[in-house]
Ligand binder design. Sequence first.
Ligand code: MD6
Ligand code: FE
Length: 128
Amino acid sequence: AKPWPALPPLLVDLATRAAAQAGFDGFVADACLVNHYLPGTRLSLHQDRDEQDYGQPIVSISLGLPAVFLFGGLQRSDRPRHIPLSHGDVLVWGGEDRLRFHGVLPIKPGVHPRMGERRINLTLRKAG
Ligand code: MD6
Ligand code: FE
């Protein structure tokens, strides 16, 4: 089978530096999920559990329209905090928070000057 193409070093470096700033040294992302949100799109509460090592954090980069990130507890029923995210924000979660339920409220209609009517989220991970 063909190997996955390498991630852009720029993104891997950004994720390593953001993770270190949040207290997670030595993070080297090997995967990036790209989610595209149109106005009205939401992401329901979930845990990120597809990775091998929950000792590695998640680094999330937000671009375009603003969003409200829901940061919940370890049970789906725990009431989530609301964290506003705008263009250029980088959010890191890991350690004891790695398996918190999280999601995104429906994106409000709007036009971002650079990105138009969309939000793009990049999550950098260590999958393997
Ligand atoms: C966000 N994204 O868009 C949060 N999880 O701010 C996620 O939680 C996420 O984009 C799993 C896979 C892709 C994602
Ligand atoms: Fe997620």
